[in-house]
Design a protein around this ligand. Sequence first.
Ligand SMILES: Nc1ncnc2c1ncn2[C@@H]1O[C@H](COP(=O)(O)OP(=O)(O)OP(=O)(O)O)[C@@H](O)[C@H]1O
Ligand SMILES: [Mg+2]
Length: 330
Amino acid sequence: MQITGEASIVESPTSASSSQELQRIIERSTDRQFQVDGDTFDDVERVGSGNMGDVYLAYSRKHKRWVAVKKLQKEAAERDKTRFMREIRGLTELCHPHIVRLLDFGILDGRYYFSMEYIVGSSFAKLCNAPNIDLATRVLLLKQVADALHYAHGQGFLHRDVKPDNIVVEDENHAYLVDFGLAKHLQSDVPVTAYKATVGTPLYMSPEQVRSRDADIGPASDVYGLGAVLYEAMAGRPPHREATMLDTLRSIVVDPVIPPSALVVTIPEDLERICLKALAKDPKARYGSAGALAGDLDLWLRGEPLPRAAKPVPVSSAPPWWRRWWSWLS
Ligand SMILES: Nc1ncnc2c1ncn2[C@@H]1O[C@H](COP(=O)(O)OP(=O)(O)OP(=O)(O)O)[C@@H](O)[C@H]1O
Ligand SMILES: [Mg+2]
């Protein structure tokens, strides 16, 4: 089995019976220890689950530190394997203070895994609604994520799944972007639709992702995702949330965004302008880059005026072609 990347693939010599034992150990969440080729993990504990697999906290004897181990489901579909490979590839190529660092990766009895730095803290989803985390702290954390996205875009990667669950925060002051499972390399990856997002949460998805128009999905789609997270960090709820997933998808494409200050009157006007610019329906009306968004968040944090956010983005209605598209879809 070969994949691109700098780290080496390890084929475990584990026998069928010991691999069954390993499965049993991993699936149960009590006193565990398992061996993966040259590395040995102790004290394994599941910390997260997703569509494609699970994330465990484990102690790596090889790296002599606590690590997070992400494992793909055993019966993963080919398409999920491709995405998992892409996540590994993305992490091998990305090195940034606000992107989680890959440590090792390989295959064990047909099950792909990789290990990464374990971030001691909690997801931004929890901090978003924590009363003790003030707005400036939330904005600082999202500015760090904007910097990370700008860097990833510069390296040719789109994240495509920016949401509070995929931001892990250490010491309430250092954000890490995780989960490059939907990441796409702009030059070399074949087009794929963001199908996972349509079976997961669509709450932070950009209009062009809802429409699955691969040609329109670019760095501006990640800018939208971060804008949606900023909206929730200010207003306590995402910009579009309806009773059903289909209604939420429709709302993302068609409905104007309710200005967050209509929900929370204390929201600073300049910050609202930044957020609404990031959430423009038309990708071209958003910030030209995640770096430009980071720049305005930084200005806001320093209390300086915002030249780029300029006038508030009109949010009155979706363009007619969007409405036509939606009526065709439904
Ligand atoms: N390096 C890490 N350190 C600490 N916690 C992590 C780390 N990576 C992930 N987590 C936690 O595990 C959860 C799931 O991880 P991740 O988002 O990578 O996987 P997923 O959503 O299950 O993946 P996928 O969407 O690709 O199926 C995260 O929301 C986060 O809370
Ligand atoms: Mg995730």
